[in-house]
Design a protein around this ligand. Structure first.
Ligand code: TLP
Length: 338
């Protein structure tokens, strides 16, 4: 089975398993796990922030960051199709008592400064006030769009002019950096905090990082403890995370595979596939005889897994467990399936 459901399915390699076995550990709640401490320092250095916090999941990372920026009852401006809106169980409302005001990004998920200004709410006797703007790069729902650093900066500047901090859901920020040919720190520089995943395209078995100022990270650390994310000898899983950080240099291989996959699938009658910007390929099967669900069933029967991103849209994600030969096999398998 060739698993293209997500880049979350990546498995640790032997080096990661060896690193986990050999890891120096301590009680991370007391800040005594040397491997976690090294990972947090290394992660902050890589994205150019003062500090970073190791969290079990990207979802927890987003939620501890959002909570650290806001007060209960405030509004959060989030792009309508973003992960924090669509796939975190209403966590900003449930966990932090926030009112989410969704804003429309463009067809790549880019949030314009005007939309920030138009949807900003000033606190007064009646109104809660906008406490945070969230952005996402790459943008998952929009096909892994790699949003240019200047577009992130423009939206962030509009928010900062209004006294509103900015959190970047950068689960795949290194995919964006690789696609744009810039350092991740250039994308992160304009925002106040970023979350990025070690467990997706970077290949770690577990974990994400939240990065920002020292003061912000201490607040985020307390929120992590509140949500039950205080970990003990987490060096066992942080050690693979340190190796995963270095995998950011290989992500263009996944992008090349996605591009090859898209070209091959686009040649199949009934499928329409835009050129992917990163490792996410969205396949429109509305011209075929299949709904997305039927298309996925047929693909599974030929040994290929994907996920539905709409009634007639399927997402395939390339990642480090999928090589060039697998891509050729997927193209053949989908051709047989249809
Ligand atoms: C932009 C972004 N931010 C946050 C997360 C959450 O990360 P985890 O909680 O899964 O570690 C994800 C995971 N995305 C997963 C996937 O794409 O298969 C699913 C949809 O949750 C994400 O894509």
């Amino acid at each position: 089975m060739i698993d293209l459901r997500s880049d979350t399915v990546t498995r640790p390699d032997d080096r990661m398993r060896e690193a986990a076995r050999e890891a120096e550990v301590g009680d991370d709640v007391y800040r005594e796990d040397p491997t976690v401490n090294e990972l947090e320092k290394r992660a902050a250095d890589v994205v150019g922030t003062e500090a970073a916090l190791y969290v079990p999941t990207g979802t927890m990372g987003n939620q501890v960051a959002v909570r650290a920026h806001t007060e209960r009852g405030q509004e959060v401006l989030s792009e309508r199709e973003s992960h924090v809106v669509k796939w975190e169980l209403g966590g900003m409302a449930q966990l932090s008592g926030l009112q989410v005001r969704t804003i429309e990004g463009d067809d790549r998920g880019v949030v314009s400064p005007d939309k920030v200004r138009e949807n900003y709410v000033a606190e007064d006797l009646h109104r809660p006030g906008t406490g945070l703007l969230t952005l996402e790069n790459t943008h998952n729902s929009k096909g892994g769009a790699a949003i240019e650093a200047e577009d992130i900066a423009a939206a962030a500047e509009a928010a900062h002019d209004l006294g509103v901090p900015v959190h970047l859901d950068g689960a795949r920020v290194f995919n964006a950096a690789a696609a744009l040919g810039v350092e991740a720190s250039e994308i992160v520089e304009p925002v106040d905090s970023v979350m990025f995943c070690l467990s997706k395209g970077l290949g770690a078995p577990v974990g994400s990082m939240v990065a920002g100022s020292e003061e912000f990270i201490e607040r985020a650390r307390r929120n992590r403890k509140l949500l039950g994310g205080g970990m003990r000898q987490a060096g066992i899983i942080a050690a693979p995370g340190l190796l995963a950080l270095e995998n950011r240099h290989r992500l263009s291989e996944d992008h090349e595979n996605a591009s090859r996959l898209a070209a091959g699938l686009d040649d199949i009658e009934g499928l329409s596939v835009l050129e992917p910007e990163t490792n996410i390929t969205l396949v429109d099967c509305s011209e075929s005889d299949y709904t997305a669900a039927e298309f996925l069933d047929a693909c599974e029967g030929e040994g290929v897994l994907g996920v539905a991103f709409g009634e007639y849209v399927v997402r395939f994600c390339t990642h480090w467990d999928v090589g060039e030969a697998d891509i050729e096999e997927v193209i053949s398998a989908v051709g047989r399936a249809l």
